[in-house]
Design a protein around this ligand. Sequence first.
Ligand code: SF4
Length: 191
Amino acid sequence: MAMWNPWRGCKKCSEGCLHCYIHKGDAKRNVDTNKIIRTKDFDKPTIRLKNGNYKMKAGIVYTCFSTDFLIEEADEWRGECWKMIKERQDCTFLFLTKRIERFMQCIPDDWNDGYENVVVCCTIENQKNADCKLGIFCKLPIKHKCITAQPLLEHISIEKYLDNVELVVVGGESDYKARPLDYSWVLDIRE
Ligand code: SF4
């Protein structure tokens, strides 16, 4: 398992972002989260050791966990990332996004029906966003799909969007002022 953050920073874009842990962590260090910048790890997947092997080991790569892979400000950089992802067929790249509506304008020319080594997790938190975002997500050409309902803010129904979805993750919010999660909402999703 590896982490890869080719850029950092993010902008709040939905109800679920209210207590974003990236913004909270940055605020403590006086870092402006709204500024999206490339990191020194940009090329991480393709860096090689002296013996020619990749430095980053094969396996799952948690991608953009301190940003959003589909954020507008990274449009000029994402093409290079797709090339690295394609090169590393021994890795599975998993990213979450709250910007699934941008997906089709963010994919490479040879995407076709999806790269086998990419897992896309669409994040939702309420029924409004479930209907809007999952309505888009369920039609997208992606080989491996997950739904992340976190922070779940109300009872939601997502049954009609579950075709070809491999995993649904549900979670609450972590903050002193966290909005409550009713456990019955979680059980309903499991059912
Ligand atoms: S999209 Fe995710 S990382 Fe970006 S502000 Fe919202 S919660 Fe934070």
